[in-house]
Design a protein around this ligand. Structure first.
Ligand SMILES: [Zn+2]
Length: 200
């Protein structure tokens, strides 16, 4: 017969059995009342809807130009991947690699794994724990916010030298910021760990 996992209270060290929580529920220690763990305030379908919306915006953000620069009758515009290629060709391989990993690769893999984990019926498979660990490990490396900040500073500085035309991708990345913030709040790895069976 499967048993629920055990958890130790951080405050009084009492070991007790975990119980399933409702959406937004908080489990507290039976002895000292300290909070032990909580479930997400949002349901699985809400998290999945956020993931799909973010994924669609992310694809559009990578297909269309971020900004266009008009100067002396010439117009130049670039996608994010185009910017990575330019950095690479200008012998800034480290910068190109950082931008590629933190702005392109990590958010893409994270969103794909999140969608897969929320849709799959195979949480019992060995791949699910690996995917969940990967998501948790990658989250600090998703730097869309830093990218947007740097981009805005560049746009303000360049606006004195040339006419800057914001591209569709810029608006998509701007919309991704609150979406990723909501996703951080909605996604609780513990909820998925709890749905995975214990190894006997
Ligand atoms: Zn306690």
């Amino acid at each position: 017969m499967p048993t629920s996992p055990l958890i130790a209270c951080h405050d009084c060290d009492l070991v007790q059995q975990e119980v399933p929580l409702p959406v937004g529920g908080v489990a507290t220690c039976v002895r000292c009342g300290a909070p032990l763990y909580r479930s997400s305030r949002f349901g699985k379908s809400y998290t999945l809807a956020l993931c799909f919306t973010a994924a669609i915006l992310f694809v559009i953000a990578n297909l269309y130009p971020i900004i266009g620069i008009e100067s002396q009758g010439n117009r130049h515009q670039s996608t994010l991947f185009g910017a990575v290629q330019t950095l690479w060709q200008d012998d800034m391989a480290l910068m190109a690699g950082l931008v590629f990993v933190t702005i392109l690769l990590v958010p893409a893999v994270e969103l794909a794994l999140l969608i897969w984990l929320h849709l799959t019926k195979h949480l019992t498979s060995g791949l699910a724990p690996i995917a969940l660990r990967l998501i948790v490990a990658m989250q600090p490396w998703r730097m869309v916010e830093v990218f947007m900040l740097g981009l805005l500073v560049s746009v303000v500085k360049l606006s004195h030298l040339a006419h800057i035309v914001p591209g569709i991708a810029l608006w998509c990345f701007a919309a991704l910021l609150p979406l990723f913030a909501l996703l951080n709040t909605a996604f609780n790895p513990r909820d998925l760990w709890a749905a995975m069976p214990l190894k006997q």
